[in-house]
Design a protein around this ligand. Structure first.
Ligand code: GLC
Length: 590
């Protein structure tokens, strides 16, 4: 259902509010600083409309009580009713992109690539609804999800945030995800954000924040198509993308943001910039901000320099570089979203129904995550039908990703770049912990050195990638840097993950572990934990079975559910699989 902001109640409400606001109050609504850069006092003084947590940015001990306290303080500041202020409730945003992954103890779901393998939009809607509740338990009302990227090159470090290389499959998840998050905009819903507009998955060589060089017809057919069901479902916010389209940065592209998204497609929510994405439009910050505002950006996600943005926007509004009509349109959109979400009628975060609710990481939520893990697994090889395994078999479990809940969660989990080890993922099970539950005789030997042909009937070797996010997940040939998003004086480009998709080169320890076990005559079942398909031709020569597990999240037990036959393999590839020889096509899966 798409909400009509022109509904008399919203329009009338917003008009009367706007008429009472000074220019400073209007410009304040258009800023979203990062929590580490702004205090509640400054939020009050400058009429700030929103604050965010960047990936991994958490208050206090990163438990719900600290999140509630932080959000309470910001909200109270924004609602201070004193001369010279118009109380307008603040929105707080986070990247709850596979559950509320930032918060210790939250349910962490498979990343989108695994949901794409499951081909189950109804499951995705349930996951989104659960995520909304766990986000509300921390006093947050907005998540920067769903990502609707159609990743077209496996070199991209954000492939795992994409449901598929196939537009239709991505589009099938858009409305269910928005509905799950936004529901009827009642007290058990949060605001969703379709991202990143537009063409983030289509850059040359999969370079993060790079240049998408395609025709307008292909941009519409491949990358815009999944947004249509999201808009129809009434998604309230859209995030602009770092990438360029045919050399023009999306953050400054008035045609894409205003003429296409807002006018032609009728988007009536508001557009937020990505993390300092405005800065990359020009070496002159004032020019950059004018370009972005006039292109149609309504709210500015600014990590640190929010005071500069404030001053410059005020200057541009007073000088007419940014017309007052543009300022009013942006603020009208922001206020309209807040009103449609019912934010003006909600009490302080600490007094809301879901505040600190025990649902965060609750067993029934983890059960849905475990179901999603099961459905996401893709069986690529099963020589001699070695799978399913017997619980009573003498099993050796090995591999760097066997007992590592951090690695199985991937990026955007507790830290921006993810974590390593089990201690940072509170609750849940590693893949090893799940196997041990069903096969009590199993033993763990991470490097495989305990392998003994006389002791072990079969080995499960859990291999693959370590966590990464954004440009730090890119595969880039040597000597190339992250293009496009850096202008003079910007931080150095993010170092890439590696130079090739060949696992035996990226992580030789995996093949070494498999070979050590094979030398003992023990058959190997490989489980790949990775953010994307990888070239594993050599590994496949040494394994009897091979399972793509993607980034399963906190409930690693779902892997054992299928390896031991309690549930069948039902997942199929959401991306075609690269090999030196023949390729497994999208849709393949035993
Ligand atoms: C990041 C990502 C975006 C995320 C935002 C806030 O750079 O590009 O997807 O929502 O910043 O963390």
């Amino acid at each position: 259902m798409s909400f009509d902001p022109a509904a008399p109640s919203t329009t009338a409400f917003v008009d009367q509010l706007l008429s009472r606001m000074t220019l400073e109050q209007k410009v304040g609504q258009m800023l979203q600083p990062e929590r580490m850069a702004i205090t509640p006092e400054e939020v009050a003084r400058h009429h700030i409309g929103s604050v965010l947590s960047g990936g991994g940015s958490a208050p206090g001990a990163n438990v719900p009580a600290d999140w509630i306290a932080m959000n309470d303080a910001y909200w109270m500041a924004s609602m201070r009713d004193e001369p010279g202020r118009v109380p307008i409730p603040l929105l707080y945003g986070v990247d709850a992109v596979h559950g509320h992954g930032n918060v210790l103890g939250a349910t962490v779901f498979p990343h989108n690539i695994g949901l794409g393998a499951a081909r189950d939009p109804e499951l995705a809607e349930r996951i989104a609804r659960i995520t909304a509740r766990e986000v509300l338990a921390t006093g947050v009302d907005w998540t920067f999800a769903p990502t609707l990227a159609v990743a077209r090159h496996l070199y991209w470090g954000r492939t795992y945030e994409s449901f598929s290389e196939d537009t239709t499959l991505v589009a099938s998840y858009a409305a269910p995800f928005v509905r799950g998050l936004q529901g009827d905009l009642g007290t058990d819903s949060v605001i969703a954000c379709a991202k990143h507009w537009i063409g983030d998955g289509g850059t040359t060589d999969g370079r993060d924040q790079g240049n998408t060089v395609i025709s307008e017809e292909e941009l519409e057919r491949v990358h815009m198509a999944p947004y249509l069901p999201a808009l129809e479902a009434g998604v309230l916010t859209v995030m602009a993308s770092f990438n360029s389209w045919n050399g023009v940065k999306c953050h400054g592209n008035r045609y894409l943001i205003t003429e296409v998204l807002k006018e032609r497609l009728g988007f009536d929510g508001f557009v937020i910039s990505d993390w300092d994405g405005v800065d990359y439009l020009s070496d002159d910050p004032a020019e950059a901000l004018a370009m972005a505002a006039n292109a149609g950006i309504d709210m500015f996600m600014v990590s640190v320099k929010w005071e500069q943005y404030l001053d410059v926007l005020l200057q541009h509004a007073r000088s007419g570089v940014v017309p007052m009509s543009r300022i009013d349109d942006a603020v009208r959109r922001i206020l309209s979203v807040k009103h449609r979400y019912g934010l003006f009628d909600r009490p302080r975060p600490a007094a809301r129904p879901w505040a600190q609710h025990s649902c965060l990481g609750a067993p029934e939520h983890r059960a849905v995550a475990r179901e999603a893990v099961r459905k996401s697994l893709v069986l690529l090889q099963n020589d001699g039908d070695i799978l399913p395994l017997s619980r009573s078999a003498r099993i050796l479990v090995a591999g760097k990703n066997a007992d590592n809940r951090g690695h199985q969660c991937g990026g955007f989990t507790v830290a921006w770049q993810g974590t390593s080890g089990n201690q940072s993922i509170v609750g849940g099970t590693s893949i090893w912990e799940g196997i041990r539950e069903v096969a009590p005789d199993a033993v763990l030997s991470e490097d495989g050195s305990a392998a003994d042909g006389a002791e072990h009937d079969v080995a499960i070797v859990v291999i693959g990638e370590r966590p990464y996010a954004e440009g730090m997940g890119d595969i880039r040939p040597p000597g190339t840097v992250q293009p496009g998003s850096r202008t003079a004086g910007q931080p150095a480009p993010l170092a890439p993950y590696g130079e090739t998709l060949e696992l035996r080169i990226l992580h030789p320890e995996d093949l070494a572990c498999i070979r050590a076990i094979r030398a003992q005559g023990i058959p190997v079942v490989a489980v790949l934990v990775s953010g994307r398909p990888l070239i594993v031709d050599t590994e496949l020569e040494h394994t009897s079975a091979f399972v793509a597990a993607w980034l399963p999240g906190s409930e690693g037990q779902g892997v054992a559910d299928v390896l031991f036959g309690d549930h069948p393999f039902t997942g199929v590839l959401p991306f075609s699989w690269p090999t030196i020889g023949t390729r497994w096509p999208r849709g393949y899966g035993l």
